[in-house]
Design a protein around this ligand. Structure first.
Ligand code: UDP
Length: 315
């Protein structure tokens, strides 16, 4: 098939491109490089089944006929979306709409990368897909949370009113090679700090929790969903829940670093807990993650080592 991936130069977009190319598909990848990096695509420079277009999906565009649209374009780390607040709202509205219009025009299937942030600071734990969430609509994180929630509403509306064959994946914290070294996310921060002998910066007391999914598991789940007929959201994430303090300790073990743990203020509206209930994905397509946090951190070690001293966000 011919697939369009928006946000192809990002962490997940580039891994998705690799997985689809390995299956023999052809890819048109679009990215405006606002947070993605061509370094994530440089191994595809001579791949005839891959074409890259530098373009902002907030402007209407036509890449030609495609069979599947994977909509992954958006700033995604708190540091990036707080810096690019308006752009984040725009790509979640105009950008998603343009991508949906393409799917409608070509009768293509559509998968949208949504997020556990739709649940906000959740009052239901673990989070099931039928939970509507607990989101501050005007706080600093709202530029991301509400953009993603509006995208979900758009996707459902194109499914209901325009007959587009859509899917929504709610992605939980994912990590692995190609995560930007300086995007401020917890795994990239801790790995880079540990490898450089700097203090690990735990925000708050480190009692807040996250559930970390290794990138190959995440991509497998997304691909399985892309082949299934479910139109309502599906959580794809690793249900193993870690406090941020225990995550810092795991990074110290894996890196063998002697760095100290220091404490910094908790950002506004930082969710206290997050853990996916993945029974829906298990039931629909038998997916569950296989790689635990320490194994995934070991698999990411060489990448983060290669980032030290590199000028770009990826080597
Ligand atoms: N965090 C931290 N130290 C850091 C970066 C993040 O303690 O250097 C915490 C952050 O406050 C949050 C969790 O780690 O509770 C995950 O943050 P991240 O930015 O990776 O993603 P989020 O899940 O908040 O979108």
């Amino acid at each position: 098939m011919d697939a369009l991936i928006t946000g192809v130069a990002g962490f997940l977009g580039s891994h998705l491109a690799d997985a689809l190319l390995a299956e023999g598909h052809s890819i048109i990848g679009v990215d405006n490089l606002s947070t993605g990096s061509t370094a994530n695509l440089k191994h595809l420079a001579h791949e005839p089944r891959f074409q890259f277009l530098e373009r902002d999906i907030c402007e209407p565009f036509d890449p030609g006929r495609v069979d599947y649209v994977f909509n992954f374009a958006s700033p995604a780390s708190p540091v990036d979306y707080l810096r690019l607040g308006i752009e984040t709202l725009q790509v979640g509205s105009d950008g998603t709409r343009n991508a949906l219009e393409l799917a409608k025009q070509y009768g293509a299937k559509f998968l949208h990368a949504s997020t556990s942030e739709c649940y906000g600071d959740p009052l239901v734990h673990p989070q099931t897909e039928d939970y509507w969430g607990h989101v501050n609509p005007i706080g600093p994180r709202s530029v991301y949370d509400e953009a993603k929630r509006f995208s979900e509403a758009l996707v459902m509306a194109y499914n209901r009113y325009r007959g587009v064959d859509t899917r929504l994946v709610r992605i939980f914290n994912t990590y692995g090679p190609r995560l930007q070294k300086n995007d401020g996310r917890v795994i990239s921060n801790f790995m880079m700090q540990a490898l450089q002998g700097e203090d690990l910066t735990v925000y708050g007391e480190g009692a807040q929790t996250r559930s970390f999914c290794y990138v190959s598991d995440e991509i497998e789940g997304i691909l399985a969903l892309s082949r299934c007929d479910e139109h309502l959201p599906v959580n794809i994430g690793n249900p193993a829940e870690w406090t941020i303090l225990d995550c810092a300790r795991a990074v110290l073990r894996v890196t063998g670093s002697k760095s100290r743990i220091v404490y910094r203020p908790l950002p506004t509206d930082d969710p206290m807990q997050r853990r996916p209930d993945i029974s829906k994905a298990k039931r629909l397509f038998g997916w569950e993650p296989r790689i635990d946090l320490e194994t995934g951190l070991r698999l990411s070690l060489d990448y983060f080592k290669s980032c030290i001293g590199a000028t770009h966000s990826a080597p």
